[in-house]
Design a protein around this ligand. Structure first.
Ligand code: ASN
Ligand code: ZN
Length: 333
């Protein structure tokens, strides 16, 4: 059959109504994006094995925003994958997760009552559960960006997923996932420095993580100490998430898109901030050019200073703010 690239319309659980790049094959439409490395979304039908079933439709209209419609979570996943692809391409010139032009598959409706999402290098695919009672899918856009960024990390610095390097691996996913969320700028999901704020994984409406003040989750570290590497990687990430927030926005409390931020002051150090776009460029350059599998927090400081030198010059205002932001989370100098 002849395949053509089409533009359909989807309504997701979290993204609202969005355009989707789809494939028409004969009289059937497929949730497969020929403009972004063939990225597709499949239905795992609440099972845990196999490659799932590609979403198809007789019309190029997908989902209705309700979780009871199996296509709605698929719309979120397909749109999140497209937004992640576009973010890396447009911001860093990166052509897909491995920079080889190949798109990853997204698998939705994995298992039953599965309250997680994950990236898997071996299938080059990402997977979303349906959450509690199969009614809270994990398909929020910062989760898409977070998980796919694990693939980027694996293809670049390959930070070991334990100890301080594991915290840096996790923080990289939170940082880049937040970059994806801001770039998508959804009216249904005003971008912010919280992680997973719409998924309600805690069951009480709180986000999974707070980049401006990581310890608000009850477990994450706001600043470095010699024992931070003993924490779960989703908590030792707090040091780098806090660094990134401070480097982006500075330490003065502020409200952005209706979200209020208030970072704890450490070592009595104030940070001015260089803006989110520059902070993201510094992190990506550090990840792809200077970090290795064993980089720890001291090494992340060195790597981001080297990145700031690459991008803005040694002794630039940006370089100095990188140093100040690390000092403000008790790393280095
Ligand atoms: N959702 C989790 C994460 O990406 C899965 C894991 O524990 N690796 O961090
Ligand atoms: Zn992660």
């Amino acid at each position: 059959k002849t395949e053509t690239i089409e533009t359909g319309t989807g309504t997701g659980v979290f993204v609202g109504q969005v355009p989707l790049t789809t494939t028409q094959s004969g009289s059937t439409y497929q949730l497969k994006d020929g403009t972004r490395g063939g990225q597709s979304t499949v239905d795992m039908n609440n099972g845990t094995s196999g490659n799932g079933t590609l979403f198809t439709s007789t019309t190029d209209v997908w989902g209705n925003g309700q979780v009871s419609n199996r296509q709605s979570a698929a719309v979120d996943a397909q749109y999140g994958a497209a937004a992640t692809w576009d973010y890396y391409k447009n911001t860093f010139g990166r052509n897909g997760i491995r920079n080889d032009g190949v798109g990853a598959a997204s698998r939705v409706h994995y298992d039953s009552n599965y309250t997680n999402a994950y990236w898997d290098d071996s299938c080059f695919c990402m997977t979303y559960g349906d959450g509690a009672s199969n009614t809270h899918p994990l398909t929020e856009i910062d989760v898409s960006g977070h998980e796919m960024s694990h693939g980027v990390t694996a293809a670049t610095a390959n930070l070991n997923y334990s100890g301080e390097s594991g915290g840096l691996n996790e923080a990289t996913s939170d940082i880049m996932g937040t970059g994806v969320e801001f770039s998508a700028n959804l009216s249904t999901n005003p971008p912010n420095y919280l992680i997973g704020e719409l998924v309600n994984l805690n069951g009480d409406g709180t986000p999974l993580r707070y980049m401006d003040h990581p310890s608000k989750d009850g477990s994450s570290a706001d600043s470095w100490s010699s024992t931070v590497g003993n924490l779960d990687v989703h908590y030792s990430s707090g040091v780098a998430n806090h660094f990134f927030y401070l480097l982006s926005e500075g330490s003065t409390p502020k409200t952005i898109n209706g979200f209020s931020y208030n970072s704890p002051t450490v070592n009595s150090i104030s940070v001015a901030g260089i803006g989110r776009d520059k902070a993201l460029k510094v992190w990506y350059q550090a990840l792809t050019a200077h970090m290795t599998s064993t980089t720890n927090y001291a090494g992340a400081r060195t790597a981001t200073l080297a990145a700031a030198t690459d991008l803005y010059g040694a002794g630039s205002a940006e370089y100095n703010q990188v140093a100040t932001a690390w000092a403000a989370v008790n790393v280095g100098s």
